[in-house]
Design a protein around this ligand. Structure first.
Ligand code: HEC
Length: 502
């Protein structure tokens, strides 16, 4: 019996070389100093990825990637499919945690100088993994196909469309047509379940292959400098002196990954899966659409930066950041590795986290987003309704119901994403107001499809009544004859000067 088993084992061993594989992976020697809590984030990221694959496969069995069915299939998972909501919750929190522990991993690698010689490629493949993971987080949010997802894609497409030369082609490729519908959803579905995870798997194996090949970065000592000529020998010396098999120092990884799993399960059980939120309904403008956590800071930056700086935020800044990330191991290839002797690196980390943290905080609590229900629930102050004609009062109601105040304040009450409208009639004429409401522009949604002509007329009548009693409303210059050259105090019809945002 024993010999038969042994023979079977040998048969496989001769073909698979498992002993050799073990020696080269789990058994390969690493510096003993790397058995530290700081070195556990890499394996935690991998664990998250495995959770995403397993839960993702289950979700894909029930999910229908069509604009008409997607939302419904998620509700089915939430309420009808046994454990469907657990899978959704694990997938959502797994994704959030994956981004978080990956950032921790990257920060540790950066502060420990692990990107320096000879691990440049390990760093570069890690940067690709970062991009792929963020791509998965974004495309995953689209899978929900609720209002947040819909407007997220809309904004993404608007940004993409501004890429010089190829913008329109890229957007068409992603959306599969002029509207965000099933064509767009199937494309994001292929990205989310085939292209991005497939690429991630490939790059994870490259990344791990490089980690095995070039060794895990030893705990740096202050004052010990990396030199290309001597480092390999130095590392070899460490392995000789204090090398231990990788499998012998994984106890902290096991504990850290156990805690991670507990956190994800706890968040799933106590907070639950995210959404789906309000169903995507293109004609309905949702001013409070907001992205998932990893993108909230970008959302805040986009809302807070002055109008016209989007090009900087969405193209120039990411291009510089990506270039800096990828070029890092070549810009700083040798020298000091210990963070205590690298004040600039510490400053970069602190400033980055502070910036992202503050922007995320702003995105959660800012008056322009995303919990804006309070504004539209509050009635407009009496003095801004008093003495109005019935049509104007009707307009005030439209103003309230269309949630204009989520973005616009009247008498200081309301959101600040758009200008305060307390005295808008002194700035804009009736036709300009109609145009602004119907066409939107400059980060304001177009309301043409959501308002009947009567509603638009009433709304604009109300807006025209918003001026201080002693200041007359702006009127059209048409019909008022003036000598050529004399400047008119009122804007010209068509509103090119005041409202044009193109
Ligand atoms: C998502 C936020 C948002 C919503 C919702 C919104 N707006 Fe706006 N609105 C803006 C922004 C941003 C601007 C500034 C546009 C620009 O700079 O050209 C603006 C500009 C305007 C202006 C021109 C004001 C000026 O002084 O130039 C008017 C009038 C206006 N909005 C009316 C409305 C009305 C009426 C509604 C509801 C039907 C509404 N808005 C809903 C964001 C919004």
């Amino acid at each position: 019996m024993m010999t038969t088993l042994k023979n079977i084992a040998l048969w496989f061993e001769r073909r698979l070389h498992l002993v050799k594989l073990y020696e080269q992976t789990a058994g390969h020697p690493v510096p003993k100093s790397t058995g530290s809590w700081f070195y556990t984030f890499g394996s935690m990221t991998l664990t998250c990825f495995v959770i995403q694959i397993v839960t993702g496969i289950f979700l894909a069995m029930a999910y229908v990637p069509s604009a008409a069915e997607a939302y419904h299939s998620l509700e089915l998972l939430n309420y009808a499919q046994p454990l469907g909501w657990v899978m959704r919750g694990m997938h959502y929190w797994g994704s959030t945690m994956m981004v978080i522990v990956m950032m921790c991993h990257m920060t540790q690698v950066f502060l420990w100088g692990a990107y320096k010689y000879p691990r440049e490629l390990t760093w570069l493949s890690g940067c690709v993994l970062l991009v792929l993971t963020l791509g998965l987080a974004f495309s995953g949010q689209v899978m929900r196909f609720d209002a947040d997802a819909y407007w997220g894609v809309g904004i993404g497409a608007a940004v993409g469309g501004r890429i010089p030369v190829v913008g329109d082609a890229v957007v068409h490729l992603l959306l599969g047509g002029p509207i965000i519908g099933t064509d767009a959803l199937s494309r994001f579905f292929s990205l989310h379940v085939f292209i991005l995870p497939g690429s991630l798997l490939a790059f994870v194996s490259i990344h791990l292959r490089l980690v095995l090949g070039k060794g895990i970065n030893e705990q740096p000592k202050p004052g010990v400098l990396v030199k290309r000529e001597t480092y390999d020998q130095y590392y070899h010396g460490i392995i000789k002196r204090e090398g231990v098999p990788f499998a012998a120092i994984i106890n902290k990884d096991v504990v850290a990954n156990g805690i991670l799993l507990l956190v994800i399960v706890a968040l799933t059980l106590f907070v639950g899966p995210k959404g789906p939120g309000i169903p995507a309904n293109p004609p309905l403008v949702i001013p409070e659409a907001k992205p998932d956590y990893p993108f909230l800071w970008l959302f805040a930056a986009a809302a807070l930066l002055p109008n016209g700086s989007e090009i900087w935020l969405f193209f120039v800044f990411p291009a510089i950041a990506a270039l800096a990330l990828f070029a890092l191991p070549f810009l700083s290839n040798e020298g000091e590795k210990h963070w205590r002797r690298r004040p600039v690196s510490i400053a970069i980390v602190v400033l980055t986290y502070l910036g992202v943290g503050l922007l995320t905080y702003e995105a959660i609590v800012g008056p322009w987003s995303p919990h804006m229900d309070a504004w539209s629930g509050l009635p407009i102050k009496a003095e801004y309704i008093k003495g109005r004609t019935p049509v104007e009062l009707q307009g005030a109601l439209v103003f309230q119901n269309m949630q204009c105040r989520n973005c616009h304040a009247i008498a200081g009450e309301g959101g600040h994403r758009g200008p305060d409208l307390t005295a808008v009639a002194t700035r804009m004429t009736n036709p300009q107001l109609v145009r602004q409401v119907i066409q939107g522009g400059g980060n304001m949604p177009a309301y043409a499809r959501n308002l009947s002509p009567e509603e638009t007329r009433a709304l604009v009548a109300y807006l025209c009544s918003l001026h201080p009693p002693n200041v007359p409303p702006a009127r059209e210059a048409v019909g008022v004859l003036k000598p050529i050259g004399e400047s008119s105090p009122t804007p010209t019809p068509g509103g090119n000067s005041v409202t044009s945002n193109q």
